[in-house]
Design a protein around this ligand. Sequence first.
Ligand code: FAD
Length: 116
Amino acid sequence: APREDCPLDKVRLGISTWGLLHTMAAFYSDNPTDNEKRDMRTFFEVLSRLYPCEYCAKDFRTDMEVNPVNVNSQKDLALWLCKFHNRVNDKLGKPLFDCSKVNERWRDGWLDGSCD
Ligand code: FAD
């Protein structure tokens, strides 16, 4: 494993980025204002241009054209992001995540209390 203080490789960048994105979706408003919606849409559009893995970003932009980000509510955003992450998982041959559990994973902690 690389040292902690070395530049991020694609895997560590991915894990860190998914952590930020899912946590942003977890704490997004249930009832967002037009400004909040616009900001979130802009954030994902800009990220899909600037994500520092060129071919990842290219697929990200193509995917966003087919499946535009849904910023209508916390639930909608978290579900859209979960499905997007699953399309990346699928592309990489990784197991798919059960999106009915996305708020347990990233917002509330597991129902069995194991995160408390
Ligand atoms: P990750 O996929 O990083 O997931 C982290 C944690 O999120 C998991 O442990 C799990 O608890 C949880 N999780 C998993 N799936 C979901 C889901 N659907 N919804 C909610 N939570 C979930 N790598 C490439 O090689 N090629 C690419 O083209 C590529 N594109 C990427 C595009 C983006 C926008 C991002 C953020 C990353 C991309 N990556 C890409 C990196 C890749 O997705 C993984 O982050 C990396 O391979 C490490 O995978 P991992 O198995 O450790 O878990």
